[in-house]
Write a protein that binds this ligand. Sequence first.
Ligand code: FMN
Length: 325
Amino acid sequence: MSILQTNYLGLSLRNPLIVSSSGLTSTREKITRLEASGAGAVVLKSVFEEQILNETTHLENYTAYTEAADYLQYYLKEDYLGQYLNMIRDLKSTLSIPVIASICCVATGGWVDFARRIEEAGADALELNVFLLPTRRDETAAAIEQRYLSIVESVTSAVKLPVAVKVTSRFTNLLNVVEGIAHRNARGVVMFNRFHEPDINIRTLEVTEADIFSTSAELRNSLRWIAMTSAAFPQLDIAASTGVHTGEDAAKVLLAGARAFEVCSTIYRGGLEMIGKITSFLETWMHEQGFESMKEVVGKLNYSRVNHPIAYERAQFMKYFASHE
Ligand SMILES: Cc1cc2nc3c(=O)[nH]c(=O)nc-3n(C[C@H](O)[C@H](O)[C@H](O)COP(=O)(O)O)c2cc1C
């Protein structure tokens, strides 16, 4: 067995590198190449219920017959989802690495329906891509968190396959939200989702899209929260996401407590060979450090296992940093 073998969501992975949900995992051909390049698992591009709804609502403008529009909407939704389910079935009959599906829905019914059908199609696990952008000032944080948790509960109570929740770090009390996720029988958390962000072009005076790719610098925020979450909830499996670009980055998130890590930007930028570069770095580094298995690495430096956990808590530039004056 490879020294890099790890367990995530009850699945055995030949190594902890998972290619995250994105255009990299949108077709069978691309996923087959990811497996051949050495990925430990893949998360399929999310199915977006909102996209289906957007594509079908314009139909109402074309037909005066509501029933006909309803039928067309239903047909297009079935077609879109059906293609996704067929891809899962195909991948499961040809691939040997785990296939994790991903959904992003609008209504509770959508989350449950999609999750059930994905389970039937044979996916190994399901990642929930949930993000509720708070745009209403009369909605409290507690109410938003409750909506978030009820989505998790509705899915985990409808399916048996392992569910991981891809969370944002922008909760007031992340550990409290993760506790709610754990109580609702999710098997893991993906830390963190990275969303499209706006930018402003000061020459054309337009709102544009910020860089869609991350940098290694974004990893630091994850390290603190992975270290704390893995110490507080040993029953949850953590996959790091956002900012893992190199073998060094991967080693850090594993030491902090992630059982696996997801990569996206680094493959878009550096190509498929990044997979081999990162996994061989990890293998060499483990040998150099005298680690014999992933079990010895994962969480070795988490919040409850380091001598000075306060290093994970420091948020203010106090006297300690006087040497940098
Ligand atoms: C082009 C592109 C498409 C993406 N599509 C999805 C998606 O469908 N579902 C999802 O959960 N995340 C999606 N993401 C987010 C990535 O899965 C990942 O969480 C994010 O890029 C941070 O990881 P990284 O630092 O390795 O890039 C997408 C990212 C990119 C760049």
